[in-house]
Design a protein around this ligand. Structure first.
Ligand code: BGC
Ligand code: CA
Length: 214
């Protein structure tokens, strides 16, 4: 409690009463402003929790908008890829090479990927790993500087080979002498060697150059 004036020691009771009143007033004022502050604090607390809720809602709206923005950007990239006007005398997109009525994309010289990554890269270019049907096409695909993945990999059966379009390899193919040998039992994907225009089965996780076609 507040300090009080000892009445017995005072000669002027009026003065005492005057001080009592003053203290009582002061206490009243202080109590009042404490109550007001408490009220204000409670309101601020509520306000802040409302803001937190609002922020959560905004955050989730932002996430939704950002996701749709990313999707649109992807779509735009895809459309831009196809935007080049193709004509009979210029049937391939920029950066692609025409050979016998098909368009080919040769990966950059310094790049190398696993078979799956190479395939994914082709698919992102609206194409797929190359399917080789003629010796001439194989010669074209062979790259002097690097080993090249093609769109052929082992099927369910040990001696079954499948192209990326789901068809089985028909006929003899263009295997290197002694291939496919499934060296180490882990060679499920097919590459074209650097020096000879011929196929070799190799581990799919090896990283090589690749050629896409569409
Ligand atoms: C490769 C095999 C290939 C063999 C041919 C090895 O280095 O990993 O896939 O069959 O060479 O000699
Ligand atoms: Ca092999």
């Amino acid at each position: 409690m507040m300090a009080t004036v000892n009445r017995s020691q005072s000669s002027d009771t009026n003065t005492i009463s005057h001080w009592d009143k003053k203290y009582a007033n002061l206490i009243y004022e202080i109590t009042k402003s404490r109550d007001e502050l408490t009220h204000e604090r409670d309101q601020l607390k509520m306000y802040s929790s409302n803001l937190a809720e609002e922020m959560e809602v905004l955050q989730s709206q932002y996430d939704t908008v950002a996701a749709s923005r990313d999707k649109l950007q992807e779509e735009l990239n895809r459309l831009n890829l196809n935007r080049t006007v193709l004509s009979p005398d210029k049937p391939c997109r920029q950066g692609w090479i025409q050979f016998n009525n098909k368009c080919y994309y040769l990966s950059a010289a310094k790049e190398s990927k696993t078979w799956e990554e190479s395939r994914k890269d082709c698919q992102e270019r609206e194409a797929d790993l190359v399917i080789i049907t003629t010796k001439a096409e194989l010669e074209f695909v062979k790259r002097s500087s690097s080993v090249t993945w093609i769109g052929l990999s082992r099927g369910e059966q040990q001696d079954e080979w499948k192209w990326v379009d789901g068809t089985n390899l028909e006929g003899e193919g263009f295997w290197e002498d002694g291939e496919p040998n499934n060296n180490g039992g882990i060679e499920d994907c097919v590459e074209v060697a650097r020096f000879t225009a011929a196929w070799n089965d190799a581990p799919c996780n090896n990283t090589f150059s690749w050629v896409c076609e569409h």
